[in-house]
Design a protein around this ligand. Structure first.
Ligand SMILES: O=C(O)CCC(=O)C(=O)O
Ligand SMILES: [Fe+2]
Length: 361
C-alpha cells in the first residue's frame, strides 16, 4: 500500500524537526483565513485557503450554537468520570476506530504518546454497540446530533471545493460518498480532552498532539471558547480588547495550542507554524490526506499539532471536538498514483498510530 506508506513517511520525516518555531500572532501572521459561509464569494475564498495553508475557519456555518455548547458540556462530564468507568463502558476497538483511548496514540512524527484522552465515535452500523458511555445520558443523543450537523456542513464544504479539486468526478460524488451509520460508514466524531500539565513537564519532548496530517477528506475542529463568547463583528476579539486596538491577541483561556504548517510536499520547505487560535462563533476546517489523494494533489493536507502549554497556560486543560469526514469503506479513492478503497486507507493509518492495540510490534 504505497499510498499509506507515503503519507505516514511525511509524518515520520518530522521526527528530527518536530519542534519548529511558532510564528508570533502579533503581526497578524498567526491567523488562518476566516471564511463567511453566507457570502457569495465563499467558494472562491475557500479555494484560496485550501490551496495555500490548507486550514481556515468558517463562520455562519449553520451548526447550532446550542448544540456545540451541549456537546462540549457532555464531553466535559464524560472526561470527569473515573478512568476505569470510561475504559469499561467504552472499550477501544482500533479496527473500528471507536471507543475510549487514554494516552495511547503514538504519532509517527514523535514516537511518543499524545498527552490526551479521547472518545472516538465512528458512525458505522454496530461500531458503537457496547461503547456508548452510560453517563452522561445526554452524550449519545448530543453526539448523534453533532454528527449530523457536522456531516451537513462538511458536505457543503466538499461541494464547494469539488469542481476545482476533482474536476473529473461527477458533481456530488464527494458528498454522496460520506454516509452516517451505514455498513461502510467511516465518519468519526472525536471528543478530546488534554488534561492540565504541570510546569515541570514543559520541554519534556511530549506533545498534546504530535504533528500530523489528518486521514480524512476534511476535518471540522470545534474549539473553546465556544459560540457565545463572540461579542462583536471581529470574530474572537472582545469589545474591550478591540477598543484598546488589540485586534490579534484576545485573552488567553488555556484552550489554545493548535498550530498548523504547510505540507512538506508543497515544496516550499518548512514554512513555519501558524497559530489556529479559537475563533468565537467559528469552526476550524482542515484538508485531509484522503481529499488530497482524490484531488490528485490539487489541494494539500496540512500538518498540525497541539503544543504543550507554557507559562501561565500550565495547569489548564484543553477541550476540543473533531469531526472527520471520511469516505465510506467501499469508496474508491482514485488518483494518478494508486487507487485504494477508503476502508483500506483508514485502516492503514489507524495501524500506524495504534500499533500496540493491534498487537503489532
Ligand atoms: O485538539 C485539537 O485541536 C487537534 C486534534 C487533532 O488534530 C486530531 O485529533 O486529529
Ligand atoms: Fe488532526
Amino acid at each position: 500500500m504505497a499510498a499509506i506508506a507515503a503519507d505516514v513517511d511525511v509524518e515520520r520525516s518530522l521526527r528530527s524537526s518536530a519542534t519548529g518555531t511558532t510564528r508570533s500572532a502579533a503581526d497578524g501572521a498567526g491567523r488562518v483565513p476566516v471564511i463567511d459561509m453566507s457570502q457569495s464569494d465563499a467558494a472562491e475564498a475557500m479555494w484560496a485557503a485550501a490551496t495555500s495553508v490548507g486550514f481556515f475557519t468558517v463562520v455562519n456555518h449553520g451548526v447550532p450554537d446550542e448544540l456545540i455548547e451541549n456537546a462540549f458540556a457532555s464531553s466535559k462530564q464524560f472526561f470527569a468520570r473515573d478512568l476505569d468507568a470510561k475504559q469499561r463502558e467504552s472499550p477501544f476497538a482500533p479496527q473500528l476506530n471507536s471507543g475510549f483511548e487514554y494516552f495511547s496514540q503514538i504519532r509517527p512524527s514523535t514516537g511518543t504518546a499524545d498527552q490526551k484522552e479521547s472518545l472516538q465515535i465512528t458512525a458505522r452500523e454496530g461500531a458503537m454497540d457496547g461503547r456508548w458511555p452510560a453517563e452522561p445520558e445526554a452524550l449519545q443523543p448530543v453526539a448523534r446530533a453533532m454528527m449530523e450537523a457536522s456531516q451537513r456542513l462538511a458536505a457543503r464544504i466538499l461541494d464547494m471545493l469539488e469542481p476545482r479539486a476533482c474536476p473529473n468526478l461527477a458533481p456530488g460524488t464527494l458528498q454522496k460518498s460520506h454516509t452516517l451509520w451505514g455498513q461502510g460508514g467511516q465518519c468519526t466524531l472525536r471528543l478530546l480532552h488534554y488534561p492540565p500539565t504541570a510546569p515541570p513537564e514543559v520541554d519534556s519532548g511530549l506533545w498534546r498532539a504530535g504533528p500530523h496530517t489528518d486521514w480524512c477528506c476534511v476535518t471540522l475542529l470545534y474549539q473553546l471558547p465556544g459560540p457565545r463568547a463572540a461579542s462583536g463583528p471581529i470574530y474572537g476579539v472582545s469589545r474591550r480588547w478591540r477598543k484598546r486596538g488589540r485586534l490579534t491577541d484576545p485573552p488567553r483561556t488555556g484552550h489554545e495550542g493548535l498550530e498548523c504548517a504547510a505540507n512538506p510536499r508543497a515544496g516550499a520547505g518548512q514554512s513555519g507554524w501558524l497559530r489556529v487560535d479559537p475563533v468565537a462563533g467559528g469552526v476550524a476546517v482542515n484538508i485531509g490526506d484522503m481529499l488530497s489523494r482524490w484531488a490528485d494533489g490539487r489541494v494539500l493536507s496540512n500538518l498540525h499539532r497541539v503544543r504543550t502549554p507554557t507559562g501561565a497556560e500550565c495547569g489548564r486543560p484543553r477541550q476540543s471536538i473533531a469531526f472527520f469526514m471520511q469516505a465510506d469503506k467501499e469508496a474508491l479513492i482514485e488518483s494518478s498514483g494508486e487507487t485504494i478503497t477508503a476502508g483500506d486507507y483508514i485502516l492503514g493509518r489507524i495501524r500506524s498510530n495504534f500499533a500496540a492495540k493491534f498487537g503489532d510490534k
